[in-house]
Design a protein around this ligand. Structure first.
Ligand code: PMV
Length: 341
C-alpha cells in the first residue's frame, strides 16, 4: 500500500435540550437535541505511512504545533476503544488539525475536533479495506460519542437527537440520529451569533460538571424535565412554533446553570455580562416581537438564536447593544449547517 492522506471537516454544535449527566461509557442520562453549526469547525488531515511492525504510531499536530495534551487524549481514546481500530495496525499516522474559530474565543471544540478525527479514521478503515461504500454515519456518531459525548450529534447536518426518546423509534443512547428530514424549514435558516463574554478556560470542566450530577439532589427532576422538553421540542421542530421554541431553549439554558449552582460543591460559570446580555435579549424581543432567544453552553458565552429573516435587525441590535458586554467586542456569527456530507 502506498502512502496516502485522508481529510475531514466537522462542526461544533449547540444543544437546545442539554445533555448534562452521564453513566457507563459515555451514555447520557437524558436525551438532547442540537443545531449543527457550520462556521465553527475543525479540519483534520491524517497522513498515513506503512511501517514494518504490528503496532501503529500517531503524532498529533494542532495548528502546526505538537500538542502533548491532545496527543495524550487521542492516544487514550484509541487504546480504550482499540476493538474498533484494529485496522490501524502497521500504520504510522501524522494527524494535523486546525479550527476555523479563533484560538482564544473560549468556544469548546471537542465536539468538532473529535468527530473530525473519527471521520478521518473511518476513511482510513475504508482505504485499508478497499471499501468504496459511503461512510456509515451512525458508526461515525457512535465512535464520536465515545470520544466526547456531544460530538455524537456533530456528524449530522441541521439538527440531531441523541438519546432514547419514545416518539423517535430509532433513537439511541449509543449514537445520534439526524432530524433534518423532519424539521420545519425555518429552523434550517437559523443563525447562532456567539457573544464571547469571556475567552478564559472554564473554572470547572464539563467532565467534572457531568460527574457532579451523580448524587445531585435535583438530578432526577432535571432528567425528567429534559425528557419532556425533548418531546416538546420535537413537536415544535415539526410545526415551527417559534414562541414555544424560545421558551424551551431559554428554560433549558437556565436549568443547566441552575444544576451547577445547586451541585455539591456549587459553582457558577455565568458572569455579570452574561446576565446583562440575557436581559437585553429579552427586552429586545419584548419591544420588537423579533423571535430571537438565547441559549448557553457550559460557560459564560451567550448563543443568540434567530431565523435568517431577522439577520439585519438582530445584527444592528448586537452592534448597538450587546458588543459592549463582549470580551474585545467579540461575536462569532455562525449558521446552521445544511450541507449533507
Ligand atoms: O460533550 P461534553 O461532555 O463536552 O458535554 C457537553 C455538555 C453541554 O455542552 C453543556 C450540553 C450539550 O448537550 O452539548
Amino acid at each position: 500500500m502506498n502512502d496516502f492522506s485522508v481529510s475531514s471537516a466537522s462542526p461544533s454544535n449547540i444543544a437546545i435540550v442539554k445533555y448534562w449527566g452521564k453513566h457507563g461509557n459515555q451514555l447520557p442520562n437524558n436525551p438532547s437535541i442540537s443545531f449543527t453549526l457550520s462556521r465553527c469547525h475543525t479540519e483534520t488531515q491524517i497522513h498515513i505511512k506503512q511501517n514494518a511492525n504490528e503496532n501503529y504510531s500517531m503524532r498529533f499536530l494542532f495548528e502546526g504545533k505538537e500538542s502533548p495534551k491532545f496527543q495524550e487524549k487521542i492516544e487514550k481514546y484509541l487504546i480504550d476503544n482499540q476493538q474498533y481500530f484494529s485496522f490501524l495496525k502497521g500504520l504510522d499516522l501524522e494527524v494535523e488539525s486546525r479550527n476555523t474559530f479563533p484560538h482564544s474565543s473560549g468556544i469548546a471544540s471537542s465536539a468538532a475536533s473529535m468527530s473530525a478525527l473519527v471521520l478521518c479514521l473511518l476513511k482510513i478503515e475504508k482505504a485499508v479495506n478497499h471499501d468504496v461504500t459511503p461512510l456509515d454515519m451512525r458508526k461515525a456518531s457512535f465512535l464520536s460519542r465515545l470520544a466526547s459525548g456531544s460530538a455524537a450529534r456533530s456528524v449530522f447536518p441541521v439538527m440531531a437527537l441523541w438519546g432514547v426518546t419514545p416518539s423517535v423509534p430509532d433513537s439511541s443512547d449509543e449514537y445520534a440520529v439526524p432530524l433534518a428530514d423532519m424539521v420545519h424549514p425555518v429552523f434550517k435558516t437559523y443563525h447562532d451569533s456567539i457573544l464571547i463574554v469571556s475567552n478564559k478556560e472554564k473554572s470547572v470542566s464539563s467532565r467534572v460538571g457531568h460527574s457532579l450530577m451523580n448524587g445531585h439532589p435535583l438530578a432526577e427532576q432535571r432528567y425528567a424535565t429534559a425528557r419532556q422538553n425533548t418531546e416538546r421540542l420535537l413537536k415544535v421542530l415539526k410545526n415551527g412554533d417559534l414562541t414555544e421554541f424560545m421558551t424551551i431553549a431559554e428554560a433549558e439554558a437556565l436549568q443547566l446553570h441552575e444544576m451547577m449552582a445547586t451541585s455539591n460543591p456549587p459553582y457558577k460559570l455565568m458572569e455579570p455580562n452574561t446576565m446583562k446580555i440575557i436581559e437585553s435579549v429579552r427586552a429586545f424581543r419584548h419591544e420588537t416581537n423579533i423571535p430571537a432567544c438565547f441559549t448557553l453552553d457550559a460557560g459564560p458565552n451567550v448563543h443568540l438564536l434567530y431565523p435568517e429573516a431577522y439577520e439585519k435587525q438582530v445584527g444592528d441590535f448586537i452592534n448597538e447593544s450587546l458588543l459592549q458586554y463582549c470580551h474585545d467586542n467579540q461575536c462569532i456569527d455562525d449558521i446552521v449547517q445544511n450541507m449533507k456530507r
